[in-house]
Design a protein around this ligand. Structure first.
Ligand SMILES: Cc1cc2nc3c(=O)[nH]c(=O)nc-3n(C[C@H](O)[C@H](O)[C@H](O)COP(=O)(O)OP(=O)(O)OC[C@H]3O[C@@H](n4cnc5c(N)ncnc54)[C@H](O)[C@@H]3O)c2cc1C
Length: 461
């Protein structure tokens, strides 16, 4: 059997059910009932006292314009630290703050965590390590590394992770599961299926957000808000200065059956094999990083067109691949549920990660995150100062992940998954210290933030 082969017994062990759970059988696994098809239900249950869903009354047409009436929005909860966006940065930020014992709420528009890393099927975690004094040195430590290491316990969970290895490729389902487990263990209050649509701002201070959900439009009030939405939706709505970008947008996907390719047959037919993409932890499955056209990632019409065009292009390409002798059994395993948005808004921060300082290998007394190397960093680690997370205006707000302040070149570094891990960690720790010290992220004692980060295992150079 292939060493990566993944049996059901392995899975049950990995998720902690063990062989006793296996003996119970599929019908009762994990408290859920499993069946091949839905049984015939004898009728639905009626919610006798269903809570009314407040939509603020109907939207009206007045003078030919569509008008939403003024309304009061129900406050769902009040929290110490509110993290918007459950991608790489947001999940790590929430865990960091929650591990200090604060009340932390994490709001995510989809039903799982990981953002582009999982839902976007971007599986290779770049810039985890750098050469320091000639030695391969792990830069992503602390919560990000804990997350990556946990994949090793799941057969088929990750490749290229462990001593002497860097830039691992993970399995998206394993990552979703690990993130959810770590978020729950840290005691984070999770609000899924909720799309943040606006910021609550009072006198230049953000006080929370409002979001749309199946339960209607709701508000969450917070002492500190972290914008980890990737697109800067919160700081954009709050009125913080930001830069809008266009970038390439593609629909990442996975191919299956690549291990069935008959190379001899292709060689005898005199055809060159196409590129099938990069290896994943699942044998015979590759992921294809689609570049796509350049567009405004905040333009819903452009996103809709690209999604439709890319899907057509993927199926055209797979049809061509299957015509190649030896490639008849290659298939599209899946396409990303999240379109591949590389960048949209970045924060105008009190400091901008910029290529000049990176090339000069400048050090900062307020360094809060260190990412591994990338072509842009000339092989060295990249030091990220606290100011890259702090808006020039609007208080009680921090940015994390791909929307932190960076110039046009360096945003292609700060948006990589490993750098998003470390800026997420930094934002969570800074928010926690600010709340504990009853101050704002702008006035926080950065030495205390650095001390907390180190206590939580982070590497600061
Ligand atoms: C095609 C492509 C290829 C890439 N290749 C690589 C690569 O090879 N290696 C690498 O390291 N990086 C790569 N990247 C970059 C990397 O994947 C992302 O930049 C990184 O994962 C971003 O993490 P994040 O947490 O900052 O944001 P995201 O992953 O975007 O997470 C943001 C989260 O916020 C949620 N959200 C957004 N708006 C709202 C809202 N209004 N309300 C509530 N929730 C919201 C989203 O659903 C998401 O879960 C690639 C990116 C793309 C698009």
């Amino acid at each position: 059997m292939n060493e990566n082969a993944y049996t059901r017994r392995d899975f049950l062990k990995a998720v902690g059910v063990g062989t006793a759970g296996a003996a119970i059988g599929l019908g009762a696994f994990g408290g859920a009932r499993w069946a091949r098809a839905d049984p015939i239900y004898k009728g639905s249950s009626i919610l006798a006292k269903a809570a009314p869903i407040d939509r603020g009354g109907p939207v009206v047409i007045s003078g030919g314009k569509v008008i939403q009436p003024r309304r009061e929005i129900r406050v769902m909860r009040e929290t110490d630290v509110l993290v918007v966006g459950g991608g790489t940065a947001g999940v790590i930020a929430a865990i960091s703050a929650a591990r200090t014992g604060l009340d932390v709420t994490l709001v995510e528009r989809y039903g799982c965590f990981g953002g582009l890393w999982t839902g976007g099927l971007v599986l290779i975690v770049l810039s985890t390590h750098a050469r320091v004094d000639g030695k391969l040195t792990k830069c992503v430590r602390g919560i990000g590394d804990e997350m990556l290491e946990r994949h090793l316990k799941i057969p088929g969970g990750i490749i290229n992770q462990g001593p002497g290895k860097s830039n691992p490729t993970s399995d998206p389902e394993a990552t979703k599961y690990i993130m959810a487990d770590m978020v729950r263990a840290a005691g984070v209050h999770v609000v899924l299926h909720s799309w943040v649509t606006n910021a609550i701002v009072d006198g230049g201070n953000i006080r929370g957000v409002i979001f749309e959900s199946k339960s209607g439009c709701l508000a969450i009030k917070a002492k500190v808000v972290i914008d980890a939405s990737g697109d800067g939706d919160v700081f954009g709505a709050a009125g913080a200065d930001n830069v809008r970008h266009v970038h390439r947008i593609g629909l990442v996907h996975r191919l299956g059956g690549v291990n069935t390719v008959d190379r001899d047959k292709a060689r005898k037919a005199g055809v060159k094999l196409p590129r099938f993409g990069a290896a994943t932890p699942i044998p015979g499955v590759t992921w294809v990083n689609m570049q796509g056209p350049t567009a405004d990632c905040l333009d819903v019409e452009a996103l809709s067109k690209i999604e439709m065009d890319d899907r057509a292009a993927i199926w055209k390409r797979i049809a061509e691949i299957r015509e190649i002798p030896g490639c008849e059994k290659v298939f599209v395993l899946d396409t990303a549920s999240q379109l591949g948005i590389r960048t949209s808004r970045t924060l105008v921060g009190t400091h901008e990660v910029n290529i000049k300082e990176v090339k000069a290998r400048k050090t900062f007394s307020d360094v809060v995150a260190v990412g591994g190397s990338y072509s842009l960093t000339g092989g060295a680690p990249c030091l990220i100062p606290y100011g890259a997370l702090v808006p020039v205006k609007i208080d009680n707000l921090l940015a994390a992940g791909r929307c932190v302040a960076a110039d046009n070149l360096m945003l292609n570094y700060t948006r990589l998954i490993a750098p998003c891990m470390v800026t997420g960690h930094a934002a969570g720790a800074a928010a926690a210290v600010a709340v504990a010290d009853k101050t704002t992220p702008r006035d926080v004692n950065v030495a205390k933030v650095q001390a907390l980060l180190k206590k939580q295992g982070a590497y600061l150079g």
